[in-house]
Design a binder for this molecule. Sequence first.
Ligand code: NAD
Length: 438
Amino acid sequence: MNITVIGTGYVGLVTGACFSELGVTVTCIDKDAAKIESLRQGKIPIFEPGLEEVVLKNIREKRLSFTTNMDEALDRSLVIFIAVGTPSDEAGNADLRFVREVAAGIGKRLREYKVIVTKSTVPMGTGAMIREIIEKNRPGDALFSVASNPEFLREGSAVEDFMHPNRIVIGTEDSQAAAILRDLYRPLYLIETPFVITDVVTAEMIKYASNAFLATKISFINEIARLCDRLGADVHDVARGMGLDNRIGRKFLHPGPGFGGSCFPKDTAAVVAVARSHGEDFKVVRAVMEVNDEQPEIMIRKILEVTGEPKGKVAAVLGISFKPNTDDIRESPALRIIEGLRSRGMQVRAYDPIAMDNARAVLSGITFCRDEYDAVTGADVLVIVTEWNQFRALDLERLRSLMKRPAIVDLRNVYEPAEMARRGFVYRCVGRRTLDPV
Ligand code: NAD
């Protein structure tokens, strides 16, 4: 089967590369000519573990190609995935400009039957909008189906998630399209991946409901951690005690500086906006957003409790990406924490293993460091914002010899409070009792 993926970002590139790995011939399209050119030369524009190997192998085996030209790719493809960005507009609605642009482009070139599938996260009703745009733009009366196939991959483990998903959701009103998509996903069906086949609007809703629920778990445990901080309870034990109940589950009950990334912040805002436009007030998700919005400021207060007067003090910030194993810094809580420290007069020395180039493009007035030990040199406090593996076993003696004061604010609860006190560090974390250094 030949397919086209339009939009070659985190989702489009992973989708295209992984389908080609499953034996499908894939053309990835993007309007960003520089990105396409570098992909053609085998250069991967994002950091995603395992992706480069899959891309290079399938370019070599001629199942994966890249172009900016819609005409040639669409003609030979039966299935066209839309994987362009759907960022938030100022009111929190998903901005569907790119989706509309692509739908019109597909419509203008529609000469024979195609299945047009949204992989982008789009508000309920977008499938119907795409259908209308294509009908309006098609030159003749070629038939087509519209389907929704939301993507659930996580950055940092996207290839693994694509190849071993928890489920595949296919929304379409058309049995022919459902059969074609089921056939496309047959290799995953054979490894017993559950399929949810439903209508378009329900599939669109499943994606928003899933992300809103996951974000709810994060804000929930962050509020529990705030209470733990006040009461002297231990949030790790609380999360474990809760999570062992199968009805709750252990995942996503880890407190921290709040959720970021390209999905949860915009998808929670979008679901609230969709609800509002249909006369519903989605109170739970509004509260989830409010808690998350407060979280970086609460983290900054923890840092200031350790340093005292911030003016002239130096903070070493480890981790800028919104989570480990990605270079994505979109909506990363690290950005707000760094800005907050800087605006209070602190000097910031920052290091991230992979996201430095992206960080340099948006942050100014801070010192970008060579590694974690360079970052802590002369620092009054070390702040762990993203739990990259290499920050999990720092050489504490070396830290102590390089820092002005041995003080750590661990926003991901990587270290054990008792051990840190024993090693002579002033140590603060999220929702766990800490001890004075011995
Ligand atoms: P991205 O910004 O990394 O990539 C989007 C790409 O689309 C860009 O390369 C852009 O140049 C391209 N594009 C925009 N308009 C185009 C057009 N008219 N023609 C061709 N290309 C065009 O975005 P992403 O993170 O891959 O997200 C894409 C969608 O998938 C979003 O709706 C997002 O919510 C959803 N999603 C993302 C993730 C994730 O972890 N990143 C997970 C699941 C779902």
